[in-house]
Design a protein around this ligand. Structure first.
Ligand SMILES: [Mg+2]
Length: 234
C-alpha cells in the first residue's frame, strides 16, 4: 500500500502516458508504404516483429548501461535490416528519417492519460523521468500538450544516467527538493521505473496494462492495469 501523504508524483512518459508502441507501429507502417519497402522486404507485419524485438533488446542494453544513446539510435534500424539480409547504413538512415517524420506528430495516449493528469496535477507536484531521446521528448511535450501539467522533465540524456540507475532518481529528488518518502514513481517498465525507483528508496506503481511478467521477485508498492484506478490510491 502507498504511504500517504506524498508531495511529488514522478511519471514515466513512453508507454505510461503516451502510447509509444501504437504510435511507433502506425508511423512505421506509414514509412513502409512511403518507401514501398514491401517490394524488397517481407510484409510489414514481419518487419514490425523483427524491428520490435531488436528495439526492445537495444533499450534493455541502454538501461543496463551497455550501449550509448548514439549506438541505440544507429542500431535500431541497421540491426533489423541485417537480420533480413541487408547491410545498408544509408537505407537505415533514410528509414530512420522517414519514420521520425511520421512518428513525431502521432498523438495516441494510454487510456485515461489526460484525466489522470488533471487529477494528479490538482493534488501533487508532477515531473517526468524519462530515458527517451531528448529531441523526441521535447517535441512530444508540445504535441501532447503535457507542459502545463509538469514542473520539470528529467531526461537521462541530460543527467547522464538512464533509469534504473539510482543516480537519476537521486538527482530528481535533489532537484525537486524532496525526500524519497515524499515522492512516488509511476511507470510501465519493471526494471527502470519500479526496481530502479525502489533502489533509490521511493515507493513505486507498476503500470502493467498488458499483464507482463515481472523480471525479478521484487514486489512493487502497487500494480495497476488501468491509469484511472490510481485515483483510488493517490
Ligand atoms: Mg515507459
Amino acid at each position: 500500500m502507498i504511504t500517504l501523504p506524498k508531495k511529488v508524483v514522478l511519471l514515466d512518459l513512453d508507454n505510461t502516458l503516451t502510447d509509444t508502441e501504437g504510435n511507433s507501429r502506425r508511423a512505421m507502417n506509414m514509412m513502409y508504404d512511403e518507401l514501398e519497402l514491401s517490394k524488397q522486404f517481407p510484409p510489414f507485419i514481419i518487419f514490425w516483429g523483427v524491428y520490435h524485438d531488436c528495439n526492445e533488446e537495444l533499450w534493455s542494453e541502454y538501461r543496463r548501461g551497455e550501449i550509448t544513446r548514439d549506438l541505440l539510435n544507429e542500431r535500431r534500424f541497421t540491426w533489423p535490416l541485417e537480420l533480413m539480409g541487408v547491410n545498408n547504413l544509408e537505407l537505415a538512415q533514410h528509414i530512420n528519417e522517414v519514420f521520425y517524420k511520421h512518428f513525431l506528430p502521432q498523438d495516441g495516449v494510454m487510456p485515461g492519460t489526460y484525466e489522470l493528469l488533471e487529477y494528479l496535477h490538482s493534488k501533487y507536484r508532477l515531473a517526468i523521468v524519462s530515458n527517451g531521446t531528448k529531441s523526441s521528448q521535447l517535441v512530444k511535450m508540445k504535441v501532447f500538450k503535457f507542459e502545463p501539467y509538469f514542473e520539470k522533465m528529467f531526461l537521462s540524456d541530460d543527467i547522464g544516467f538512464p533509469k534504473p540507475d539510482v543516480r537519476i532518481y537521486e538527482h530528481v529528488l535533489r532537484e525537486m527538493g524532496v525526500t524519497a518518502e515524499d515522492a512516488i514513481m509511476i511507470g510501465d517498465d519493471f526494471d527502470g521505473d519500479v526496481v530502479g525507483a525502489a533502489n533509490a528508496g521511493l515507493e513505486q506503481v507498476w503500470y502493467n496494462p498488458t499483464n507482463q511478467k515481472k523480471t525479478s521477485d521484487f514486489e512493487p508498492t502497487l500494480m495497476v492495469d488501468n491509469l484511472l484506478s490510481l485515483k483510488k490510491y493517490l
